[in-house]
Write a protein that binds this ligand. Sequence first.
Ligand SMILES: Cc1cc2nc3c(=O)[nH]c(=O)nc-3n(C[C@H](O)[C@H](O)[C@H](O)COP(=O)(O)OP(=O)(O)OC[C@H]3O[C@@H](n4cnc5c(N)ncnc54)[C@H](O)[C@@H]3O)c2cc1C
Length: 299
Amino acid sequence: MSIELLTQPQIRENVPLAGLTSMRVGGAAEYYIAPKSALELATSLDWANQHHLSVTVIGAGSNLLISDRGLSGLVICTRHLRGMDFDDSSGKVTAAAGEPVARLAMQLASRGWSGFEWAVGIPGTVGGLVVMNGGAQGGCAADCVQSVKLVSLIGENRVIYPQDLGFSYRTSVLQDSLHLVTEAEFKFQTGGNPEAIALDTETKLKARHTAQPYHLPNCGSVFRNPSPQFAAKLIQDAGLKGYRIGNAQVSELHANFIVNLGNAQASDILRLIQHIQSVVRDRYDITLETEVKMIGDFK
Ligand SMILES: Cc1cc2nc3c(=O)[nH]c(=O)nc-3n(C[C@H](O)[C@H](O)[C@H](O)COP(=O)(O)OP(=O)(O)OC[C@H]3O[C@@H](n4cnc5c(N)ncnc54)[C@H](O)[C@@H]3O)c2cc1C
């Protein structure tokens, strides 16, 4: 029996999540909301707490593998939490959690601010970038984050600074924590040439589109690089490029990507992940850890 939703009309029941992820797989959310304001966010957290529901936060869903069985409790998607505020005198910008990273990169380039060109090809939100300490081409979120505003899943607000964020390779203390990022403040170099920075940004984006399978649904790098090795090289050298389970395939273009050839199931992708891990372990005695976040019931 469904919980009374009348007090929270924006909360919907049984909402398919596959289309809200870049991998295009996964079942439905028991309850779902994409709040448009801090107030809507606060009231939805209250609602989940009153009904003793678990809360799962998603951004652009570009680093997620959601179970075919979907997610119980309330799924809060941040993609409608928008807004950016630029301060030319300090080179600081505050961006709401749901702002697309690429949009922030383009806005910075058009203002002649440098230091975020590397981020343009990351198809996530500001919140997801901070939580994952996303990075590319030598840059990462930790290089430019000044502070992060959080709300705990019981509705308490706080600000956290880099020294407490535990940033390291593709991780932060915010992963799997009971907090939602609502906004982040970044600092960049101002006073550059907008045309030159925009050109550099566009060039970086084009390079990624050539080297990575942007034309098919995927979730970015599936595995963390086991330093000093590269996951893609290990997978490629193990002969797994193009290997397929159901409609999940190791990308022909970049071996650390799994692509969805059409209607793949999360279970196919999980089986492919496990197969890759097993082959790489047998061949190199290296355990590949996943970078993609698997959420929901996979048993
Ligand atoms: C084609 C492609 C290329 C990619 N290239 C890169 C790359 O170069 N570098 C890189 O680092 N990543 C890359 N990724 C992966 C992905 O884009 C990043 O990890 C991104 O930062 C995830 O952001 P998101 O908003 O999509 O987060 P989601 O995938 O929605 O969520 C990821 C994790 O963050 C949590 N989360 C998201 N938003 C919040 C929030 N506001 N508060 C609290 N928790 C939150 C979620 O609970 C989840 O645990 C790529 C992905 C694709 C599809």
